[in-house]
Write a protein that binds this ligand. Structure first.
Ligand SMILES: [Fe+2]
Length: 331
C-alpha cells in the first residue's frame, strides 16, 4: 500500500506545539544515535539496521501524522547546523518525496535510512569535509571529496546488515540524471530511484543553506532555480514534480510577505495546485490563500537564516552542475 494513503489530513489545523516538541526530540535522538554509529564504525563493530530503521520510522510516523508540519519544521535550514542535522533533513525530505511518488512504507523507510547515513563516510575523511556549507574546495580537495559516497557505502557494507538498496542509494546519491555527477557518472534510470530522490533533496538543501561565500537562497528561489536547471536534464523529472507537490511553490516552513507588508510563515501545502498554500500570520492567525484569491504574496528573507534572493535573470541564465559549487550575486 502506498504510504501516501495513510497520511492524516490536517489541512484545517494549526501548527501543534506538542508535535513540535516531539519532532525536536526525534532530532535529539538522531544526534545521539549518530554518535553511537560513528564510534561503532571507527571501532569496526557490527551494527544492525534496527536502530536506524527505528529512527527513520519515528520521522515517518511523524510525517504520517502531520506531513506538512513535519516537512516544514524538520527540513528548514538553520544558519549553522551539523552534518547530523543535515542528514536528518535529507532523510525526511527524501521520505516525503518517496511518499508523494506512491512508494510503500518499507521503501520510504529505506530512503530515510539512506538519507540519514549517506554522508557517514565523511567522518573518517578530512574533518573540514563534515562541516555543511563550508564553501568551495580546491581542485585536490574536490577529488578527495568526491570519493565520499563510496567511502560511506564501503564503511557500512563491512560492518552492518544494511539492505543492498540503501547501500546503492548512498553510493549513488551524487550521481546526476544527465550523467554529470560523481563518483561513476551513471545516467538516467541506471541510478537507483532512492538516489534520484535524494539527489534532488540534497540539491535543495545545499541551495537553502548558506556557505562561507554566499547567502542561503530563500526556499522559493531555490525551488525556482532547480525547476530552471531541470531543463538541462540534471534531475529525474518525476522527482522534480514530486518535490513541487511536497513543498509547494512557496515551500513549507518558508516566509512570505503579504501586500500589507506583514509577514507570514507557510504552514500547509495547497490541496490543489502549487501556488496557494496556507499561511500563519505573525499574530498567529491562519490564512488560506486558496480562500483569498486576490492576495498576492512575495517570498521574503528570514533574517535569522541569513537568506538572500536570486534574480530572475540569474535563475534563467546560470547553467549549473549540482556536482559543483554555485556562485552568484545575491539580489
Ligand atoms: Fe554527500
Amino acid at each position: 500500500m502506498p504510504l501516501k494513503d495513510a497520511l492524516v489530513n490536517r489541512h484545517h489545523e494549526p501548527i501543534d506545539l506538542t508535535r513540535r516538541r516531539t519532532l525536536q526530540g526525534h532530532v535529539k535522538m538522531a544526534r545521539s544515535k549518530f554518535e553511537e554509529i560513528r564510534l561503532a564504525l571507527t571501532e569496526r563493530k557490527m551494527q544492525t539496521v534496527e536502530a536506524l530503521s527505528d529512527l527513520s520510522g519515528a520521522f515517518a510516523s511523524a510525517m504520517v501524522d502531520d506531513h506538512d508540519q513535519t516537512v516544514g519544521e524538520v527540513v528548514a535550514c538553520n544558519t549553522e547546523m551539523s552534518l547530523t542535522d543535515r542528514s536528518v533533513k535529507l532523510g525526511v525530505l527524501g521520505m516525503a518525496i518517496g511518499t508523494e511518488l506512491d512508494l510503500d512504507g518499507p521503501s520510504v523507510l529505506e530512503i530515510g535510512m539512506a538519507g540519514l547515513l549517506h554522508d557517514i563516510g565523511l567522518y573518517s575523511m578530512d574533518p573540514a569535509f563534515s562541516v555543511p556549507g563550508r564553501g568551495a574546495f580546491s581542485e585536490e580537495e574536490t577529488w578527495e571529496y568526491r570519493k565520499h559516497p563510496v567511502v560511506s557505502a564501503n564503511s557500512l557494507r563491512e560492518v552492518s546488515d544494511i539492505p543492498h538498496s540503501v547501500l546503492l542509494a548512498i553510493e549513488q546519491v551524487h550521481e546526476q540524471y544527465n550523467g554529470a555527477g560523481y563518483p561513476f557518472g551513471l545516467e538516467g534510470k541506471r541510478i537507483h530511484i532512492y538516489a534520484r530522490i535524494l539527489n534532488v533533496c540534497d540539491t535543495y538543501l545545499r541551495l537553502t543553506l548558506g556557505t562561507g561565500f554566499r547567502k542561503a537562497l530563500v526556499p522559493h528561489d531555490a525551488l525556482g532555480f532547480i525547476l530552471h536547471q531541470a531543463r538541462y536534464g540534471s534531475f529525474d523529472p518525476q522527482v522534480i514534480h514530486a518535490l513541487l507537490r511536497t513543498k509547494s511553490l512557496f515551500p513549507l516552513g518558508s516566509r512570505v510577505e503579504l501586500t500589507n507588508g506583514k509577514w507570514a510563515d507557510v504552514i500547509r501545502r495547497p490541496v490543489e495546485g502549487y501556488a496557494c498554500p496556507v499561511l500563519q500570520l505573525s499574530d498567529g492567525e491562519r490564512f488560506d490563500m486558496q480562500e483569498n484569491p486576490d492576495e498576492v504574496v512575495q517570498p521574503t528573507c528570514d533574517p535569522q537564516r541569513n537568506q538572500g534572493r536570486l534574480s530572475i535573470d540569474a535563475m534563467k541564465n546560470i547553467r549549473w552542475n549540482p556536482a559543483d559549487e554555485l556562485f552568484f550575486d545575491e539580489e
